[in-house]
Design a protein around this ligand. Structure first.
Ligand code: ATP
Ligand code: MG
Length: 724
């Protein structure tokens, strides 16, 4: 691309930023205003016009996906020559630095990066080695503590426990854990950043080298940097380099993980004279979508304040779909996507966004049923998640003691003191006796090859599994799974963990119970299979296949957190209900509520052409049908930008429950004066909930589920129902 082309696709403000003299700059602008585009063009400009060598450029993004995308865009814009440029996430760049200077960083050359699960395991071992009670000192909480401190740049010696014995214990765990990592040459994610920071601190010569080298530092999504990242950047860039940061305070959504929105203001203090450039034209979304998003975010306080406008046409209104229940919501979404495809829309252009990963299960099922390929980003598909696999492994073992894979998975989950050595012994025995692991255990116990503590722990495990089966085999499938999740200790294990991820795991386990509740065995198989076996087969199949091939167009499913920076022509946001989004935990804490609102802003502004916002009037949660109010975020949208499409078209009710077999249309229904899900009173049958409606005029009939007498069809004109 030549120089004029570099500036061609830019507006005046964008040009000002791209072609600015070498200086520190803050580009502060709302969603879709071209911040990332400006950053990419600036890099190309620096190389082509300022003759900057790629070697002198460091560019930081927030996710690997964003980094890969930016690399592609820079290569394209700058004509391929990016050799020597450092472009990546903070973690990726820190890792690179530590590899190059492992000696100065006091690491062995072969140091390994610990992922989060490995880290947890090591923390657990540390707690045990310190002879601490794991119930009182849950590993997950200790991990959270350690990472939090590292994100603030603190080593144990920097932390003042102020005679707080609880904190003192956490400090001890932190110290021992760190010693173990150092001995083994292991580096966790937070440690990458902290070490890289310390590398600068302890080696001024090295720091100076990089200060001189990286004359240009550019950071995207700056609003989500945490303290240690900020400190690292500042050390590197404050003297000789020119720093360009790009961000949007309204899109700060990682406060719960230590991100500091204040870093934007701090930057202006630390870099006096930095120029602030605002971009106000949005190029992504239609006017309706943009206006609604602007109005929504205006409800937050303490914003830096921005006006966003677009030349784009008004576009279609945002559709708000009020689903009868969660199945209806999922079916509605898949229905609309099918229609999109039929009109030659590409599935790659469609995204379904949600607040928490547990929501994906129903959506996945609806997509599978509609034969729409999909891909899940930043998370595993429902039946592949760790906690779900754990729970299902118990069910599999209950179903079949010889299921070795299930056995191995749960023999020591939750931990019950069965060490790797004992498991290895059992494995060997099973192999030489040519029996399954379960059988090997039994034989070894009979023959007393297992002794002492191992014999006890294995006996306990075998009894536990037998007992679980005895106590639960008469229960309905959902009750049985619920029982097993609780009495196996799985639930307690996850409850003891802290943080959003643990919360998500509990939600997923509850969702599994709901899945069992609504699962219906194919009548043709009813004779041959138990419901449990049928369900396990269903789960295994769903886990194994159907993930769209890499190059096949596919609907993208992800949380709103993972959608940051991305854009799609057609976007659905599911589950806009009080207690889901905004989440229950944020209801009483204004700053958390505002972070939820920012998240909603991020979600909505991913949409280019068409946005659907969905919520369900009733949702099965934790095995119970709950009625949720629509999210306050929906009420905060301007009326003129939205349309209510409740039951506008013919909606066929999900067949899975067997209840919703007929169809109905809005007009007939509205004329009746009743609505789906509404509670009504009948003189003889008592109270009930409206399930369905059909026909028109004098013949119209209504279906009600009465608490006392069950489901009945009634002719509206005779039934004399009172709305409650
Ligand atoms: P976010 O805050 O969501 O990260 P952003 O500010 O980084 O958004 P970009 O992703 O850079 O915005 O741009 C949004 C869309 O607008 C992209 O498709 C981009 O190509 C397009 N765009 C940006 N500037 C212009 C322009 N001047 N002319 C035409 N299209 C533009
Ligand atoms: Mg961006």
């Amino acid at each position: 691309m030549d120089v004029s082309e570099l500036l061609d696709g830019l507006n005046d403000n964008q040009r000002e930023a791209v072609a600015a003299p070498q200086q520190n700059m803050l580009v502060l602008a709302g969603a879709g205003s071209g911040k990332t585009r400006v950053l990419v063009h600036r890099i190309a400009w620096l190389m082509q016009v300022e003759q900057a060598s790629p070697h002198s450029i460091l560019a930081v993004t927030f996710t690997n996906k964003a980094a890969a995308e930016m690399k592609g865009r820079v290569e394209q814009t700058a004509g391929g020559n990016v050799f020597g440029m450092w472009l990546g996430t903070f973690h990726g760049l820190a890792h690179r630095l530590l590899r190059m200077h492992f000696q100065e960083a006091k690491l062995p050359q072969s140091f390994q990066v610990l992922d989060s699960d490995d880290q947890l395991r090591l923390v657990k071992r540390t707690i045990r080695a310190l002879n601490l009670d794991e119930k009182k000192w849950p590993a997950k909480q200790a991990q959270w503590y350690i990472n939090g401190k590292k994100d603030e740049g603190l080593r144990p010696k920097h932390i003042d426990a102020q005679f707080d014995p609880t904190e003192q214990t956490f400090i001890n765990i932190y110290q021992s854990y760190q010693d173990a990592c150092d001995r083994a040459g292991l580096v966790d994610f937070a440690e990458l950043l902290l070490r890289a920071h310390e590398l600068w601190l302890n080696h001024p010569v090295l720091l100076e080298h990089y200060q001189q080298r990286f004359k240009h530092i550019l950071v995207d999504e700056f609003q989500d940097t945490n303290s240690i990242q900020y400190a690292w950047l500042t050390m590197l860039g404050q003297h000789q380099s020119k720093v360009m940061i790009v961000g949007d305070d309204d899109q700060s959504i990682y406060g719960w993980r230590g991100a500091r929105i204040e870093n934007i203001q701090r930057f202006l203090k630390d870099y006096p004279g930095a120029e602030t450039i605002r971009l106000e034209q949005n190029y992504r979304s239609t006017a309706n979508i943009l206006k609604a998003a602007n109005k929504l975010i205006a409800n937050n306080n303490n914003r830096l304040g921005k006006d966003l406008w677009t030349q784009d046409a008004e576009g279609e209104k945002i559709s708000i779909y009020t689903a009868f229940n969660e199945l209806d919501e999922a079916r509605f979404i898949s229905g609309r996507i099918t229609a999109w495809r039929e009109e030659n829309g590409s599935l790659d252009d469609v995204a379904i966004l949600y607040r928490s990963n547990a929501q994906s299960r129903l959506l996945e099922e609806a997509l599978l049923q509609a034969q729409l390929p999909y891909r899940i980003y930043g998370g595993l598909r429902f039946f592949e998640r760790q906690e779900i696999k754990d729970a299902l492994a118990y069910m599999r073992l209950l179903n079949n003691r010889d299921d070795d894979a299930a056995f191995e998975r749960i023999i020591n989950t939750p931990t019950r003191g069965i060490g790797n050595q004992t498991v290895a012994l059992i494995r060997d025995a099973a192999k030489s006796m040519e029996v399954t692991l379960w059988q090997a255990c039994k034989q070894m116990l009979d023959e007393q090859t297992l002794k002492g503590r191992s014999a006890n722990t294995i006996t306990n495990f075998i009894n536990l599994v037998d007992q679980l089966e005895d106590d639960s085999s008469n229960l309905d499938l959902d009750q049985q799974v619920n029982f097993v999740i609780r009495h196996s200790g799985l639930k307690a294990m996850y409850q003891a963990e802290k943080g959003e991820r643990a919360q998500a795991r509990i939600e997923n386990l509850n969702e599994l119970v709901t899945a069992c509740q609504t699962f219906e065995i194919d009548p043709e198989q009813e004779e041959e299979l138990t419901k449990l076996t049928a369900f396990l087969t269903h789960a295994a199949l769903e886990a194994g296949e159907q993930q769209a091939d890499e190059y096949e167009p596919a609907v993208q499913l992800m949380t709103m957190h993972s959608a940051k920076g991305l854009e799609f022509p057609l976007v659905f946001i599911a589950g806009l209900e009080e207690g889901m989004f905004p989440s229950q935990q944020s209801q009483e804490d204004i700053s958390r509520l505002e972070e939820e609102r920012r998240l909603c802003y991020v979600g909505m502004t991913r949409a280019m052409q068409k946005l659907y916002l969905c919520h369900a009037e009733s949702r099965r949660l934790y095995g119970q049908e709950k009625y949720h109010k629509a999210s306050r975020f929906l009420r905060e949208l301007p009326q003129e930008c939205v349309e209510d499409i409740r039951l506008q078209s013919q909606v066929s009710r999900p067949a899975t429950t067997g209840r919703f077999s007929t169809t109905f249309t809005t007009e007939t229904f509205e004329n009746s004066g009743f609505s789906l899900g509404q509670r009504v009173l009948h003189q003889k049958f008592g109270e009930g909930v409206v399930l369905n409606y059909e026909g028109a005029g004098a013949q119209s009939r209504i279906q009600v589920n009465f608490e006392q007498v069950g489901i009945k069809w009634l002719v509206v004109s005779y039934a004399n129902l009172t709305a409650l």
